[in-house]
Design a protein. Structure first.
Length: 94
């Protein structure tokens, strides 16, 4: 009977010590976003020459120039997240 009382008081004391332990956790999160944009431009020029023979014997030429421009834009986004966690534990014993 004496041993059971001793064990019970030990468990109560242990539970009491647990309730007197305080843990504080602080978490800081930093997020950095980097965006890179790349633009590529391609230009194609086509020239067409036509001879107008109806004005023979003085033919003349017509020159048509067509320019095509293609622009491609690529955007890359990089996100870096840093998390810092600080834990503080305070224990009060009697």
């Amino acid at each position: 009977m004496g041993n059971q009382k001793y064990i019970l008081s030990y468990i109560l004391a242990h539970m009491l010590s647990l309730t007197l332990s305080h843990t504080h956790t602080h978490t800081h999160t930093h997020t950095h976003t980097h965006t890179h944009t790349h633009t590529h431009t391609h230009t194609h020029t086509h020239t067409h020459v036509r001879v107008c023979a109806r004005t023979h014997p003085h033919p003349h030429t017509h020159t048509h120039t067509h320019t095509h421009t293609h622009t491609h834009t690529h955007t890359h986004t990089h996100t870096h997240t840093h998390t810092h966690t600080h834990t503080h534990t305070h224990t009060h014993s009697f």
